[in-house]
Design a protein around this ligand. Sequence first.
Ligand SMILES: [Zn+2]
Length: 479
Amino acid sequence: MNTANQAETPADLLLRHGRVITMDPGRRILVDGAIAVRDGRVVAVGPDREVAPASEATETRDLGGALVHPGLIDAHVHAGSSELSRGLAPKDHADYGAVDDWLFAFRRPETDYLGALLSCMEMVRNGTTAYSDTGGSFFLEETVRAIETVGMRGMPGHVALDFNPDVPGRNTSSGAMSEEEGEMLRGSTGECVSRLEEQMVRYPFRSGGRVRGAATLYGCMRCSDTLLRQASSLAEEHGAPMIMHQSWDPEEIEISEALYGCRPIQHLADIGVLGENLTLVHMNHLDRAEVELVAESGTRIVHCPAASLRRGMGAIRKGAFPEMLGMGVPVALGSDGYSGRRDVLRQAYLAAVGFREFRGELPVLTGETVLEMATLHGARALGLEEVGSIEVGKRADLVVHTLSRPEAHPRFQDPVDSLVYFRGSSTVDTVYVDGEAILDRGRFTRFDAETAYGMIDAAASEFEAGVGASIYSVWPLVD
Ligand SMILES: [Zn+2]
């Protein structure tokens, strides 16, 4: 048994008779396991016959053989107003720039709150207990309010990009961004640094709080070297990670070679930014030398398969994620923005099946590996070492699945195979953060979900009016 001490352990919560994927160093799966929680942390985890008699708990729950695993970590999500535009302008057809135009005009504190609320609700419903953005908030306190409403862990950030003055064309290449919208996004280098410092001071990373500030940047050749260097120093100073997009599209490589005479990852190394405190999101287009630089420097990666698949960006076709994992690089998973669902288990499934289909090999990434990416690697990528597995001393971020769904049967399956290929997030039932049930048997506990849906839909209907019927649906909408 794995316990804090051998005497009877007082606990606030005792979960009994779970089928527990611990993700501990031995990767134990407890067939009839129990978890005791006190003051938000796991104080005992092991076979039920050992843990239960040794625990004195205020609340005990019998899980009746249900699957339990650590809270999942979505290492890249844009939680904000843009969530309210989902499905209103079908992005298989619409021009992204035009969609962005409507979006920027529409953005207000309330829409940032409601969009982030929708994101956080979906993440928790899908078993995610912690997420990080690369800085998509115009109204950071509204994103924080949404995270706190739901009760999960979040690392939001102010929009921070100053547009690399060496790359004027890059400033608008993501779409038809007007001058006005460019101005809305753009900050001077000094303003961006102040925003980053303010969020790290206001939400200290090392506080243990659920909301934490990091050095979150847009990246992708849209930030100046000065901003990157200063953000890196600030992150070190505040004990927080630096997180940004990188190498999403091949254009970044062309720009870097023209400007600096080398590929982007070499340039990040040259300016002293690459290293153990840096997390780079996407990383679809790397050559062998860049892969080696990443591995040698201790840089962490976030792979977002759905985002790339939806737009054909090359994460599976070009990505070296299996090789980087083989070299010991932490590779987390992220749902990103336009990809569709905020669902780490969907990303895990796509990572597992995508590489084997494209490469014509089996298994490339196994179910076990993608589950490590969704938990332990996510924790490392975000600098959240106190989560990612169910072990004594770690935060009690736990996901319990229901048995009352067809996907959960037959009951006696390999739990990892069942989770990655059959259940996904469809059977998520109860989600604990710090031992608090923020989703309890399918219901959010801190707020009324139906009221939230009403507010979200009312705000989105304004956006719908702005978008106009012409691209609302490709097929005719008939009254
Ligand atoms: Zn993104």
